[in-house]
Design a protein around this ligand. Sequence first.
Ligand code: CUA
Length: 372
Amino acid sequence: MAIAIALIVIVVGSVVFHLLSPWWLTPLASNWHQMDNTLTITLVITGVFFVVINLFVAYALLRFRHRPGAPRAAFQPDNKRLEHGLIVVTTVGIVLLLAPGLVVYADYVKPPSDALVLEVLGQQWQWRYRFAGADGKLGRSDARFVNGTNPFGLDPDDAAGADNVLIAGNEVHLPLGKPVKVLLRSHDVLHDFYAPPFRARMNMVPGQVTSFWFTPTAVGRFEVLCAQLCGVGHFNMRGYVVVEEPAAFQAWLGAQPTFAALRTAPAATADAGADPKTRGQGLAQSKGCIACHTIDGSAGVGPTWKGLFGKTETLADGSTIQIDDAALRRDIREPQARVVKGFPPVMPAVPLSDEELDALVAYIRAQGGAAR
Ligand code: CUA
């Protein structure tokens, strides 16, 4: 009796909770309304079965509960006709549930021929993006070519790669209303590129290029999540897709560096004679610092560099330090030794030469602050 009542309360409570819950899908920002339809259909079917089965169990508990002198139930170990019937019904049911998904999936991996090509590169724990240049071709890439100044691993001998536009930060822009073919690569482990409002996602498999496509249908700044557990910094593997009018997108794209430009930049050639601040800027990009530290004051995974120099920071243990030259050097060399309050202890120790450290500190100092 008590269990029957509990089951009825659970069924009614679940349905009421679902109807009143504020946790539902964010507004759709792409063409993939089929994903939402799939979710709704699945929820309705499983919801109906959940309600019917639990109410039937509650009914059976009440109707057939033990009474003194009541007849005993007949034990029937198997029933061939019933089993065959169930096999047929469940087979047909599962085919009906899955077949429409295959049709949608076929469409999902077949982009329109005029789609803009965006390459997304995942690595622990940052995103990088690449666009083809004017010729529409992405240059060859290979893990052999990956190093501090060539994080995408582009083949320097492939002319098609020279005009490729490389986005080293974790934010990428896309034009509104244009189909985008997304090519996905990973440098280390499984990652998964996922921006929930687009409903589209795909695993990134080391050694493979996976792909899907979508058309952004709403202007906005959408958060990107990594949807595969990829290590201790997984929760921090966030990025943004900014969808804007095509003209604004073209202006943004035009301001981004090409592979050729980055290779001839002072930092890339490790020219010790170059201005340290300029070298530091290149290093901040090539070593991946800017994935976590912004220079415009906006929040990042780590503290922003804007106005950092000379600032007094509170550490995780409650003590305070003044950010001067020595403090910056120590914190870059030993990032886990002490951590600024409110930030996760996820900064990797990046190998830097003394000159590189000088240049990086000069660049951070140039971002302003109380002391110079
Ligand atoms: Cu990359 Cu989780």
